[in-house]
Design a protein around this ligand. Structure first.
Ligand code: SAM
Length: 294
């Protein structure tokens, strides 16, 4: 386990993942009944953007740094949709300048209500220790330090019978895409009404398309693949974008993404080259849209 998220925290991929996560949690709060967030690969929970790790890549500058710089240029509707996410980032910094970035567990905790619950699972011993500190005494949260795929089996269904499961593997080992499909299949057997969000990197675009077709075997009401491209994936050695599989997502999500993604691409992708693609995995139908002009 060599992957450390501290090198990448707040980069374009985190912005996309966390903005969507915040939209899903925001939707779940429309009903009074409590829900549970299960974060299978939780990371350390919060990241110091002045750390040696973050400074080595400075990826956050082209992610959350750029979004905050250009926020005022976004449409009113996009700013409204990003509000819960950006308020959580701001709260992490005490309302001041950007120094710290919330990982998925702290983002979830900032968005959750007193009755909602979080299970944050992290296998790396050092990262798990940092995560414990990041969760602190928050009684809504429980820390687990087991293998993510075992955690998924052990934690489902949640007792609230309402839940969001975030699957965010490091993609260090081959076969991670297959493990995501198996994890979703297993998870849905135990918790058919759960909302599952799984993240993946896009290097080789064709490999991703082949994999997405295999997801049609998943048993769920709705499976969407949301692909965000910094540029055309011509060079499969580069990180050309990232994607999210959303299973049983809110019915409001597509409409929100139609507003949000072109604007986020306009801010985060290579100028004039970014685009996004939304695929309904069951019908195989895709829609490709370019960035909004900067
Ligand atoms: N979800 C976090 C966020 O959005 O802030 C980032 C998570 S990072 C991409 C992936 C994490 O998974 C790393 O912290 C890594 O140590 C952890 N990890 C790797 N393999 C794991 C496994 N088999 N089970 C649980 N955690 C694992």
């Amino acid at each position: 386990m060599n992957y450390r998220h501290a090198f990448h925290a707040g980069n374009f991929a985190d912005v996309i993942k966390h903005a969507v996560l915040a939209r899903v949690i925001d939707y779940m709060k429309r009903k009074d009944a409590p829900f549970r967030v299960i974060d299978t690969h939780a990371g350390t929970g919060r990241y110091d953007l002045a750390s040696a790790e973050a400074g080595k890549t400075n990826e956050w500058q082209d992610g959350i740094g750029r979004l905050l710089q250009q926020e005022a240029r976004l449409s009113v509707r996009a700013r409204e949709l990003l509000k819960p996410y950006l308020e959580a980032v701001s709260a992490e910094n005490g309302g001041g300048v950007l120094k710290r970035y919330p990982g998925s567990p702290r983002l979830a905790l900032r968005l959750m209500r007193p009755s909602d619950r979080l299970v944050a699972n992290e296998l790396h011993p050092e990262d798990a220790k940092a995560l414990k500190a990041a969760i602190g005494k928050d009684r809504r949260a429980r820390l687990l330090t087991i293998d993510a795929w075992a955690a998924l089996r052990a934690q489902l269904p949640p007792k609230e019978r309402r839940g969001l499961i975030l699957i965010d593997p490091p993609f260090e080992q081959p076969g991670e895409l297959d493990r995501i499909r198996e994890g979703l299949t297993e998870g849905l057997k135990r918790f058919a009404t759960g909302t599952f969000v799984a993240w993946y990197p896009i290097k080789d675009g064709r490999q991703i398309e082949r994999w997405q077709r295999t997801l049609a075997a998943i048993k769920a009401d709705k499976v969407l693949a949301i692909d965000f491209f910094l540029r055309k994936p011509a060079d499969p050695e580069r990180l050309n974008g990232c994607g999210l599989i959303v299973v049983n997502g809110p019915y409001t999500l597509q409409d929100e993404l139609d507003t949000l993604l072109p604007e986020l691409i306009g801010v985060l992708a290579e100028e004039g080259r970014g685009y996004f693609k939304i695929t309904d995995v069951f019908s195989g139908k895709s829609r490709v849209e370019p960035a909004s002009p900067r």
